[in-house]
Design a protein around this ligand. Structure first.
Ligand SMILES: *Cc1c(COP(=O)(O)O)cnc(C)c1O
Length: 305
């Protein structure tokens, strides 16, 4: 499973308003892991694939929405590493056949739909068992790829960073990436998760649980901010879209509006407000997710984001 290039580079964000605050902001370019098995989705899958192989599985089964980065990564990784893949997609077969799903299907993923009511129950033992009966033996990966085995791959990402820094920040959805970062820091430095969901009161306990299950320790050098979700999951504001365009012009780095755009927007805002003392060095993880932009092109004309 080591066919993918690592470590990914660190890039200094050259931005006068940040320099004025005496802060350094660096981008960990984890979007460069692989064009299709990108960023944190690769980091979280990696040791799940090792486990699946050790347990003698030939099929991976996982879940996601019609634009899911995790579905895209699982389909591509299955193809590359020789697993069959099944993607259980939230919604109805009449929903849009997005680029994400078309590409996953081209990689050989079997696409099955699950209505929203059933999807909410997908992690119940009964639902898991009935999928096993219907679809045969498979290695089960939860939505977003977040489970205990997601952590060691993210810890490797943290360990790639040899430079000194004060904060490491990520966009957070299911919390697996932040949990891996906190476990990797092991009490050193500080971590901030930028929630991309509105009203996520389960995110902090989920991350704390994953960290303590993995390390058998508890750490308090991290927190989650809910100030930058822009209305909730996959919601955007004009200010966010403008920010992503400007960032690309200034830094020559593509972000997307669901995760990394919200992270960098939030960090620019916090730095601008003086939330970090002079001399603070911050690393923002570019967790990838760029395949999802194909879906946004349906809303924003080519090249406009
Ligand atoms: C899934 C995803 C996240 C969120 O990661 P979690 O481990 O679910 O918190 C962040 N960024 C990108 C690009 C993602 O695809």
């Amino acid at each position: 499973m080591s066919h993918l290039p690592a470590p990914t580079p660190l890039q200094l964000i050259r931005e006068p308003s940040i320099a004025e605050r005496g802060v350094e902001l660096w981008l960990k370019r984890d979007d460069l892991t692989h064009p299709e098995i990108q960023g944190n989705k690769w980091r979280k899958l990696r040791y799940n694939l090792v486990e699946a192989r050790e347990e003698g599985h030939d099929t991976l089964l996982t879940f996601g929405g019609v634009y899911s980065n995790h579905i895209a990564a699982t389909a591509a990784a299955g193809r590359q590493f020789g697993f069959k893949t099944i993607g259980i997609i939230r919604g109805e077969p009449t929903d849009t056949a997005t680029e994400t799903l078309l590409t996953a299907a081209r990689h050989g993923m079997r696409i099955l739909w699950m209505d929203r009511a059933q999807y909410r129950m997908k992690d119940d033992p009964d639902s898991i068992e009935s999928l096993r009966v219907q679809l045969g033996r498979h290695y089960y990966i939860p939505e977003g790829g977040t489970n205990l085995l997601a952590l060691p791959g993210v810890i490797e990402m943290v360990n790639e960073i040899k430079e000194d820094y004060d904060y490491i920040c990520t966009a957070s959805g299911t919390g697996g990436t932040l949990a891996g970062i906190v476990a990797g820091l092991y009490g050193r430095r500080k971590a901030i998760g930028f929630s991309v969901l509105k009203g996520q009161d389960t995110l902090t306990p989920t991350v704390a649980q994953l960290v303590s299950d993995y390390t058998e320790q508890q750490f308090d050098n991290w927190h989650i901010t809910s100030d930058y979700h822009h209305g909730g999951y996959a919601r955007v504001t004009p200010a966010l879209i403008d920010f992503i365009r400007q960032f690309k012009r200034d830094q020559l780095v593509q972000l997307e509006p669901v995760y990394t755009g919200k992270l960098l927007y939030g960090l620019y805002d916090m730095i601008g407000k003086g939330d970090f003392p002079r001399g603070t060095k911050i690393i923002a993880v570019h967790t990838g997710g760029l395949q999802g932009l194909a879906g946004y092109r349906e809303y924003f004309p080519a090249g406009s984001i």
